[in-house]
Design a protein around this ligand. Structure first.
Ligand SMILES: NC(=O)c1ccc[n+]([C@@H]2O[C@H](COP(=O)([O-])OP(=O)(O)OC[C@H]3O[C@@H](n4cnc5c(N)ncnc54)[C@H](O)[C@@H]3O)[C@@H](O)[C@H]2O)c1
Length: 309
């Protein structure tokens, strides 16, 4: 069975390709060609170099596929001041101001339109916890959950174009599912951690001195890849469209969840009464209930695997 992976030259794709290649024929679709020194297995997959915002490229990439793993995207809001500053100083490639909105929304639209014309059965899409209004907040305010732990019924309040484009992506998937019978699943990934965490990174994130809108949730890249496969494998048993948070059940913190809240967000302590000692503030339970996914890797393992300095 053939699966198209969009964004297949990106950093998470390495893990997704590894997870899927034992069982599926893969079509790797990206606007850049995967570099030669990644997975040896890529040599046996089909490569489509093209752009998500070009309908004909999307048609070439999905022809003959049973399913699509849609992870191609601009994974941040290109209009934000930190991004503009990084681009202007040459630390990041210069992107047009509207790049995130254009690629993530129009690219998803062209892909879904190509998918339904090619009778693709299922699309599993990378969404993000950002849909809640986490991450960059142009308002300068902190995200305040309505309740804890946050679950899939929680209201969405995106502020930047990245978060907004992921909400639009979820809505498009739902519309194509309703309108054309496509099976569509949006996996709202927590921040993806990969083996090799440096002590500096861990110091900054696991022992924070300030509140972080990402709520200290995380997911190991290998677990996230497994969630995509398990969701696809369960598609026939799931509702035609659904969204799931994909996050580890524990926080990315040294101190306990309640200590963190008491120190940095005392206003949230009252709603955290039922939380476990190191429980994450976003619940992973729906993915477990629905298709049996539970994260197996913890951030502490990733630290242990970090290279000696
Ligand atoms: N990395 C994280 O912590 C995280 C967290 C939540 C969600 N996500 C989502 O997971 C997915 C993968 O993230 P990643 O960290 O691997 O990002 P990445 O930037 O490493 O990979 C994205 C890939 O998409 C490709 N792409 C971008 N625009 C394209 C276009 N117009 N046409 C074709 N290909 C295009 C890029 O070339 C790149 O290879 C994204 O959808 C991202 O929003 C990531």
């Amino acid at each position: 069975m053939q699966i198209t992976i969009t964004g297949s030259a990106g950093s998470f794709a390495t893990y997704l390709i590894k997870e899927l290649e034992p069982a599926y024929d893969l079509v790797l679709f990206d606007r850049v060609r995967p570099d030669g020194n990644r997975l040896a297995g890529e040599n046996r997959h089909s490569i489509v170099v093209g752009d998500l915002t070009c309908f004909e490229d999307c048609q070439r990439a999905v022809a003959g596929s049973h399913a699509i793993m849609h992870i191609g995207a601009i994974p941040f809001a290109a209009e934000l001041p930190w991004a503009r500053a990084a681009m202007e100083s040459g630390r990041m490639p210069l992107l047009p101001l509207d790049e995130t909105m254009r690629v993530n929304t129009m690219g998803t639209y062209y892909l879904l339109e190509a998918a339904r014309r090619a009778a693709v059965a299922t699309v599993v899409m990378a969404s993000s916890g950002a849909v809640l209004g986490l991450g960059a907040r142009p308002s300068g305010t902190h995200f305040t959950p309505a309740y804890l732990p946050v679950d899939e019924a929680h209201p969405l309040a995106p502020e930047d174009t990245y978060a907004l484009s992921k909400v639009f992506g979820e809505e498009m998937l739902a519309a194509f599912s309703r309108g054309y019978g496509l099976r569509g699943y949006a996996l709202r990934l927590a921040g993806i951690l990969r083996p090799g965490l440096t002590p500096e990174f861990v110091r900054e994130h696991a022992a924070p001195t300030g509140w972080n809108n990402w709520l200290y949730n995380y997911i190991d890249a290998r677990d996230a890849a497994r969630a995509f496969r398990m969701c696809l494998d369960a598609a026939e048993r799931l509702p035609a469209f659904d969204v799931f948070f994909v996050t580890a059940p524990d926080s990315f913190l040294i101190e306990t969840t309640r200590e963190l809240l008491a120190r940095l967000r005392p206003d949230l302590v009252g709603m955290a009464a039922g939380l476990g000692v190191h429980q994450a503030l976003i619940s992973p339970d729906k993915a477990e209930r629905s298709f049996g996914f539970r994260a197996e890797h913890r951030w502490t393992e990733l630290l242990a695997e970090a290279p000696a300095r």
